[in-house]
Ligand binder design. Structure first.
Ligand code: ZN
Length: 501
């Protein structure tokens, strides 16, 4: 049996090598590759993806898993070995259900769809993208049918990003959130003049912004011996191993918080990757539990820590020393209010903590309606705008600022958006538990000491990698199920105070 486990691990390690090599090519594409490299890079990435998939769905891996499953039932559930067999068997079962020709067609359709989307967005013309979106909806339906589902067609698609999560659970969470958020957004909109954020738009040298972000994430605990940060158009984090984690950030000379809060966000993702137990390296477990759990780590550092008063006690004097002209006449409290300003806006990625989840609900509802044939694609832009009016009281002036703003659908991804909201909710639920377990954690943060908080995250979340499903992990860490209650309480308290509600 030991031999069979070793044989499985050896094959998985080779497959993981292919995936990490693809991650490196992908990172390079988004950071340093000259535009001329795009066509060859697409072929290289397709070859690596196809080879990794083919190796993984091989009969041999199925036989090894089948032989090991009986044994694994007797092993400790939390052990690396039992977790490996359990998680890989689940991945294998799903991957085997997808015919290779569907994988190939998905790659072809999405490559063209991405180009069409980029052009349609530039020209703000949804009609150009519509036939591509039609194909992507049809492909997602074929994936869902191939995987199979009991309740909603969305279930197996969501499961790709958030293992074991069901559409009905997400809908129930949104049903709890919506009645809490809508009146709050309305009340804040009526008092918009109470917070002035214009100071954030004073021009600031981008090299200094970069240096300040690096100083802060070093202090928090990002290990630059096992990672680095580069610039990209859209910030993201990736890793080529547990000891080689890549952050990217974006610099905006006319928006001071862009680099700092972008770096804090990506650093949260990076700390998760650096914190995975090295014993899980080159297995299928050396990744986050889900996209939602990953996003909980980035949001925890960006919002719960970074946009809180204790953090500013540490960071603001340093920020003012680095940007004396930009922050002339601005005190800590004014800065706190500025970076927490709430404003219904058209673009999801720029949304504040209060309105963000409403952007996600809209997308979640429309994705389900598209899959279930409840909406004609030609009507999608108007359906989008109508929901924007209903949720945020504003409507996009054109498709580019509305239905075409996100890249996800052109990449073929349905079921991805809810993970952003789940991450927001989880970030508060985890942080509340950390505050219970480390009673003086806010004082520590105010003193620029982050090691206890990071240690808590490492111990409770990071080191486990993908061993547990999100639901198992949340129960293990907090003793509760995932709930919107913590988030709602946090949002109500914080923003009622800022806006004097
Ligand atoms: Zn993120």
């Amino acid at each position: 049996m030991e031999d069979k486990l070793q044989a499985l691990k050896t094959r998985l390690a080779e497959i993981q090598d292919l995936r990490k090599a693809a991650a490196l090519l992908n990172w390079d594409q988004q950071t340093y590759m000259p535009p001329g490299g795009a066509a060859a890079r697409a072929e290289q990435l397709a070859t690596l993806a196809k080879t990794a998939h083919t190796w993984f769905v091989a009969d041999e891996i199925g036989v090894l898993l089948e032989d090991l499953k009986g044994q694994a039932a007797g092993w400790d559930f939390d052990s690396d070995e039992a977790s490996l067999v359990r998680v890989v068997a689940r991945d294998y079962q799903k991957a085997r259900k997808i015919p290779p020709e569907l994988v190939a067609e998905f790659a072809r359709v999405t490559t063209l769809a991405f180009e069409a989307w980029a052009k349609a967005r530039k020209e703000s013309d949804f009609a150009q993208f519509q036939p591509h979106l039609q194909k992507i909806v049809e492909l997602n339906i074929r994936f869902a049918e191939a995987w199979g589902y009991q309740e909603r067609m969305y279930d197996p698609l969501l499961d790709e990003f958030e293992p074991d999560m069901k559409t009905a659970q997400v809908a129930a969470i949104f049903d709890d959130l919506k009645p809490a958020l809508l009146p709050l957004v309305k009340a804040i909109s009526e008092r918009a003049d109470r917070v002035d954020a214009s100071v954030l738009c004073r021009p600031a040298d981008v090299d200094k912004q970069w240096a300040f972000g690096v100083e802060v994430i070093k202090q928090i605990g990002f290990d630059f011996n096992r990672g680095r940060q580069d610039r990209s158009l859209h910030p993201f984090t990736t890793s080529f191993s547990i000891s080689d984690v890549r952050l990217t950030t974006r610099l905006d000379p006319n928006y001071l918080p862009s680099a700092l809060y972008g770096s804090l966000h990506e650093c949260g993702h990076g700390l998760y990757e650096q914190g995975i137990d090295p014993r899980l390296e080159r297995t299928a477990l050396d990744d986050g539990a889900s996209l939602g759990v990953h996003e909980s780590q980035s949001r925890l550092w960006e919002n719960l820590v970074g946009r809180g008063r204790p953090f500013l006690k540490y960071a603001f004097p340093r920020l003012r020393a680095a940007f004396p002209q930009q922050l002339d006449g601005v005190d800590e409290e004014a800065f706190y209010r500025a970076i927490n300003r709430v404003e219904p806006s058209l673009i999801r990625v720029e949304a504040d903590e209060v309105t963000y989840n409403l952007h996600i609900m809209l997308r979640f509802e429309l994705e389900n309606e598209m899959l279930e044939g409840k909406i004609k694609l030609a009507d999608l832009p108007e359906a989008w705008n109508a929901r924007m009016r209903g949720y945020l009281g504003i409507a996009p002036p054109n498709d580019a600022a509305g239905v075409l703003q996100d890249v996800h659908w052109s990449n073929g991804m349905f079921g991805y958006f809810p993970t952003y909201s789940l991450g927001n909710l989880l970030s508060v639920q985890f942080f509340d538990k950390a505050r219970q377990d480390i009673p003086d954690v806010l004082d520590q943060i105010a003193a620029g000491r982050f090691e206890d908080l990071l240690g808590w995250l490492r111990q409770n979340i990071h080191r486990h990698g993908r061993k547990y499903t999100p639901a198992q992990l949340v129960r293990r860490v907090t003793g509760q199920e995932l709930t919107a209650a913590h988030y709602v309480a946090y949002i109500r308290a914080k923003f009622s105070e800022i806006y004097g509600l």
